[in-house]
Design a protein around this ligand. Sequence first.
Ligand SMILES: Cc1cc2nc3c(=O)[nH]c(=O)nc-3n(C[C@H](O)[C@H](O)[C@H](O)COP(=O)(O)OP(=O)(O)OC[C@H]3O[C@@H](n4cnc5c(N)ncnc54)[C@H](O)[C@@H]3O)c2cc1C
Length: 439
Amino acid sequence: MVSSASHKRLSIGIVGGGIGGVALAVALSRDPGLKVRLFEAAEQFSEIGAGVSFGPNAVRAITLLGLEASYRHISDSSPAPFEDVWFEWRRGSDDAYLTATLAPGCGQSSVHRADFLEAIVENLPEGIARFGKRCVAVEQDGDGTTAQFADGTAYTADILIGFDGIKSAVRDHVLSPAQHAELGPFWSGTYAYRGMIPTEQLEAAMAARGADKRLARVPQMYLGPDRHILTFPVKQTELINVVAFITDRSTPAPQLPEGEEWVSTVSQEEMLEVFAGWGAGSQAILDCIPEPTRWALHELPELPRYRRGRVLIVGDAAHAMVPHQGAGAGQALEDAYVLAGLLTDQACDRQSAEQALAAFEAVRHARACKVQRTSHEAGDVYEYAAAGIGDDEARLIENLKSRYDWLWQHDPQDDVAEARRRLGWQPHADSRAAKSRQA
Ligand SMILES: Cc1cc2nc3c(=O)[nH]c(=O)nc-3n(C[C@H](O)[C@H](O)[C@H](O)COP(=O)(O)OP(=O)(O)OC[C@H]3O[C@@H](n4cnc5c(N)ncnc54)[C@H](O)[C@@H]3O)c2cc1C
């Protein structure tokens, strides 16, 4: 049994040490009034060797979480004079330019996942993380919560936060699968082929195929019916991150073949076959990925709630989505910031923590659901399958120019302020000062 005896204002257990869980633990660890423990199933913090891209809202959350310096050290941006370009959009069949989506002041802000996790872990004090702790069950009573782990140990805290990803065990406590079988992860119908290419190799391949070499470094999306390909640079533009998507829209609820793994290594031939007939840019990209991995992209339905008593789920555990707006990790980081903003308040203690979790849920739920929903719709837009748009490129261009505005312009400080208002807590002096500085 891991002890939780504490003279602190509040004790908090976090299950899951991915991007979201670590960011939350770092933010909470700065408050000496809190006892924080993070439980990760793996033997160490780890992320896959792929890229992750952040919109302006996610970069804002990173900054507010005090992680900007760690982030800037390792992040990539679109090369000059394309600094504000999030993605250029092209027709996949012939590389024809359609439009560009601009994110002024941010552009395409991306990192290598493993580098990012390592960079934020450096901000986590010793003694907070525990490894080899796979949560298998959760219990609670009026006073506290207990997480039980596969190794036979358990941890009791005042509140428990499930940041344990799409296959969350904590979610099973919040929304029991026996009563809510329909609320588990489902296959979106989309496979994503992933790979990383040395930038100079891709430039040479572009040139050899007669495509514009610039397409290698400037973030690109190549669009076509039921398929699209994206590229953006990572690792100080040493590498280009590639994801190539194909979607089965032949049935409303496509099923993954029985027994198929979510992630597998597949042949290059399979991927080339999917994009047969596409333009020189796409062919150059796919030529450079000899061993793609194929991901069956799963998502969650919009859950009716994220909380049960003193237990809350956040990040992918609560709102896993398809990656078509590059927004899932950004939502996890917004969650981390808003939750930390409430839990680090002096007014938040053993008695009021449950209401704080309820206020968090009340202010975050609608936005997270909308990001899930619009992420799915974005895949339809990119793949010429959106209602009212289809293969009408003029409408497609119109949609791409502004579809991210509401997502990117969000300020999570407003969520904290709204939650505080619901709790009847005084407006926070820091957030008032920050707001007046922004004004
Ligand atoms: C192909 C693809 C591309 C993507 N691209 C982007 C992008 O460009 N931008 C973006 O914002 N998002 C992107 N996403 C989404 C993003 O990866 C997720 O939204 C993000 O990683 C969620 O973070 P999280 O911390 O909530 O969960 P996770 O990153 O899944 O972390 C969960 C952690 O919990 C641990 N864990 C799991 N179960 C247990 C348990 N029972 N007990 C203890 N620990 C446990 C895991 O080991 C893991 O460390 C992409 C996703 C995919 C699949």
